[in-house]
Design a protein. Structure first.
Length: 294
């Protein structure tokens, strides 16, 4: 197992797994320290941040599911059902845009939104702050610092590209070729985190001639990371695709045609063997998942 140390804002060293960028952007006014990461972890699991004290951040972002929850859409307080799935909170310290519709641009802003969202935790942030004896700013900075510590890397793919030619099976290597070539998956899933941090219309929200969810506009949704992808089913913003096979089939047929379909989305016409190989490769992106500081 190979890992490197990265210094976050010269405050605390966090082990970065093989395959990830050693530079993680951290705001100058929120350096990651042992204290802030540890506090953020406690808050992440604290149900007092929800109105009825039944839900915490970890209710929708479960460590055992790569910080997703396995549901089609998120479920909040009083059993209220959301409209989108809970995205996996891994490697978000490298993110530039957040939420499926990319409506926030910093983790410090992002982590407060679910607390006040009526369909999630439904508690004014000021009330949450009073419950835990912190200021809203302290909650924001601590939760953001903890989320930055949630990392996944050192996958079979990472070991393969770093010289271990036996790390991927022959079928997985064929799948990597499909991923980079015929599948054109790298048009959106690029870089160490397998996302371009942009929004695209794949047609997933196009239903019966209308856009069921506008997303970031015209049915565009943020490209999710593919790391830990085999552990984070179901897929897409609405959880409408149950398995990786369903995802490959969706892109094989060119998504759902609509007036705003991304120009990179077109029928791939995979063979059955290519589909199997592509799914096998995607499974190789499961790696070593870590959180917090040690």
């Amino acid at each position: 197992m190979t890992a490197m140390w990265v210094q976050l804002a010269a405050a605390v060293a966090i082990v970065v797994p093989l395959g990830l960028d050693l530079y993680m952007p951290v705001p100058e006014n929120n350096p990651a320290t042992v204290d802030t990461v540890t506090l953020g972890r406690r808050l992440f699991f604290d149900r007092r941040l929800s109105r009825d004290q039944s839900r915490s951040c970890s209710s929708c972002h479960r460590p055992d599911r790569a910080f997703s929850d396995g549901r089609k859409v998120a479920v909040g307080v009083f059993g209220r059902t959301g409209t989108r799935s809970a995205p996996a909170l891994i490697n978000r310290g490298y993110g530039r845009l957040f939420f499926w519709d990319s409506r926030t641009q910093s983790l410090e802003d992002t982590v407060l939104r679910p607390i006040s969202n009526p369909l999630e935790m439904d508690l004014p942030v000021a009330d949450a702050a009073a419950r835990v004896g912190l200021s809203p700013g302290e909650i924001s900075r601590a939760l953001a610092s903890y989320v930055r510590s949630i990392l996944s890397g050192d996958s079979a793919f990472d070991r393969f590209v770093n010289g271990d030619r036996r790390a991927l099976s022959a079928e997985q290597q064929r799948g990597l070729q499909v991923f980079r070539g015929k599948g054109n998956c790298t048009a959106c899933h690029v870089g160490p985190n397998f996302t371009d941090e942009r929004t695209h219309n794949t047609g997933i929200a196009w239903r019966s001639g209308t856009m069921a969810d506008e997303g970031a506009g015209n049915g565009a949704f943020k490209t999710p990371t593919l790391r830990e992808i085999a552990r984070t089913a179901p897929y897409m913003h609405d959880g409408s695709l149950r398995s990786l096979n369903d995802v490959v089939d969706f892109y094989d047929r060119g998504g759902n045609p609509n007036p705003h379909l991304d120009e990179e989305i077109r029928p791939a016409k995979f063979t059955r063997a290519e589909k199997r190989a592509l799914v096998a490769f995607l499974r190789s992106l499961n790696g070593r998942l870590q959180e917090g500081v040690r």
